[in-house]
Design a protein around this ligand. Structure first.
Ligand code: GRF
Length: 235
């Protein structure tokens, strides 16, 4: 069955676009039932509309508490046919923390992407923080969401090299290219019920590439990345 999803975003929506593209290519078996933005001007809304996907703007400023805001989002998702246990919530550049109101309505069904190798550099400036720190490798992480920021069980990570002189602006696009590969892949694993959480460890069922055969992934701007677990065909 195709996975019913709601995508939450606050900005440009390039990750939303990568999800739409993989669905349209027929490699990601999911259906975006609703895109919610907390910002009316988010370009991601236009991307959704261009593909006939229903959108809703819910401003957090209109609610007294985070819980009230989350309840409104859950209601909107339910109204559009996204509910647990089948449905899932995809946070694709959504700049708000979510509470137990949303997480309780979708237990282990909320995914987020973060532009750094967690647990390093959580927060809103992951790329710039990593570059400023002078790390030699950074990347991105797709994880289940819990009530702490950028904290839940890790599903997939991709690593890219960083150079002296890199800053958030040069490192960001390199990482973003990989976000567009790993996020649709993680959603497909969820769609196929292949993700099993034990404590904070996520096991990918039916995976089988030995570490020694780890494929490198090339992305533009030119760089080789390491992605683990490996991307499957089409991603
Ligand atoms: C991405 O870098 C994502 O990792 C972070 O917010 C950014 C969203 O970018 N959480 P976009 O709106 O998908 O282009």
């Amino acid at each position: 069955m195709s996975l019913p999803i709601a995508v939450l975003l606050s900005g440009g929506g390039s990750n939303l676009q990568s999800i739409i593209d993989k669905i349209e290519e027929g490699v990601l078996d999911a259906e975006i039932k609703l895109v919610i933005s907390n910002r009316a001007r988010a370009f991601g809304l236009e991307r959704a509309r261009n593909h006939g996907i229903p959108t809703q703007v819910l401003s957090h400023k209109d609610y007294r508490s985070r819980e009230d805001f989350d309840r409104a989002m859950v209601e909107a998702m339910h109204d559009h046919g996204v509910s647990a246990p089948e449905g899932a919530v995809i946070m694709a550049g959504f700049m708000r923390m979510v509470t137990h109101e949303l997480l309780g309505a979708f237990p282990n069904r909320v995914l987020n992407i973060h532009p750094a190798l967690l647990p390093s550099f959580p927060g809103v400036h992951g790329q710039a923080d990593a570059a400023d720190y002078g790390v030699k490798i950074s990347g991105c992480t797709v994880h289940f969401v819990d009530e702490e920021m950028d904290h839940g069980p890790v599903i997939i990570q991709a690593a890219v090299p960083c150079n002296a002189g890199d800053d958030g602006e040069s490192l960001g696009p390199r990482i973003l290219k990989l976000e567009h590969r790993v996020f649709p892949q993680a959603i497909q694993w969820l769609s196929r019920e292949r993700l099993e959480i034990q404590d904070r460890h996520v096991h990918l069922k039916f995976a089988g590439v030995p570490l020694a055969e780890t494929p490198r992934v090339s992305v533009e701007p030119p760089c080789n990345a390491l992605v683990w677990p490996p991307l499957e065909d089409g991603f």
